[in-house]
Design a protein around this ligand. Structure first.
Ligand SMILES: Nc1ncnc2c1ncn2[C@@H]1O[C@H](COP(=O)(O)OP(=O)(O)OP(=O)(O)O)[C@@H](O)[C@H]1O
Length: 282
């Protein structure tokens, strides 16, 4: 915990910076063949600077749609999305976005994929430092030894980690993470959660994490928002009272963790059942 932050890693009241991200009365409709699909319906979300928000909800309820709007890849049909108090009107270069599908370039090795930020001149560093930085990040995500491998030579989980490394090299102030650890085995997932939290706490990043894993949401976030089934609305908001910095693995052994899980599951389970009944579940 630093001098500016409280036990949740947030700046205390009175010194709280304005919301980093805000969605107000947001509706998104897609025209799909001859029908209109309402993906989200009247969403209000305020994300304070340096906070960690997790979004959970049934499949198809609009979680990725929310991230797409914050990244500036999609405009709301109604309502306003702001970043640092200004409407998001185009690609938001202040955020690092890890989508569900990794978008590694197949003709480039891991190190060339990770180092692309320097070629695009998004980050300027002397060549030797660039090489060190790429190596450091590749090691951080556990891909040391695979620098010269192509994406087709990696497992699904390894590709996710390479995509994660490529996002981190930009040193974004905000992370939008859509199921970032979905393809990882259970142990590696825990290790990546620890690494991510360490990084986020050290660099005081703002994070929105979309996850289907309630344990992951509780272990990582300051706040969990439960979406209804489509069209997505916010059904419940829960503050996660655990201290920062925190160890997302050891937390799971605390009795409060189980209570939070039960509470959130009670909110989520009806929505998942609803989604399944209407053919919206996975
Ligand atoms: N480009 C698009 N065109 C038409 N419909 C879309 C488009 N993008 C999303 N949708 C629809 O909007 C709804 C919300 O999709 P979204 O991907 O945001 O859900 P999600 O909660 O992230 O789902 P999951 O958990 O399965 O990833 C879905 O019904 C989806 O089919």
């Amino acid at each position: 915990m630093n001098a500016m932050t409280d036990t949740r890693g947030l700046v205390p009241a009175g010194r709280q910076p304005a919301d980093k991200i805000s969605l107000r009365d947001v509706v998104v409709e897609f025209a799909s063949r001859d029908m209109r699909v309402r993906a989200v319906d009247g969403i209000d979300i305020e994300v304070p600077s340096q906070s960690f928000t997790a979004l959970v909800g049934p499949s198809g309820c609009g979680k990725s749609t929310v991230l797409n709007m914050v990244a500036g890849l999609l405009k709301p049909t109604e309502g306003v999305v702001t970043y640092d108090g200004k409407p998001v009107n185009g690609p938001n270069v202040r955020v690092g976005y890890m989508t569900q599908k990794d978008t590694l370039l197949p003709w480039r090795t891991v190190e060339d994929n990770v180092g692309i930020a320097f070629e695009l001149a998004c980050r300027r560093l002397p060549k030797a430092e660039q090489v060190d930085r790429v190596r450091e990040i590749i090691e951080l995500v556990g891909l040391k030894g695979f620098e010269r491998h192509y994406p087709s030579e990696l497992s699904g989980g390894m590709r996710k980690r390479a995509a994660f490394a490529r996002m981190l090299i930009y040193e974004p102030e905000t992370l939008l993470l859509d199921e970032p650890f979905g393809a990882l085995d259970a142990q590696l997932r825990l290790i990546m959660q620890q690494e991510l939290l360490r990084l986020v706490e050290r660099r005081r990043m703002t994070v929105i994490l979309v996850t289907h894993d309630l344990e992951e949401a509780i272990a990582m976030a300051d706040r969990v928002l439960v979406f209804t089934s489509r069209p997505g609305r916010i059904r419940a908001t829960r503050t996660i009272p655990f201290e920062r910095p925190r160890d997302p693995v050891n937390l799971r052994f605390r009795p409060e963790f189980g209570k939070l899980y039960e509470d959130l599951w009670n909110e989520l389970k009806d929505e998942v059942a609803l989604g399944t009944e209407t053919g919206l579940g996975k």
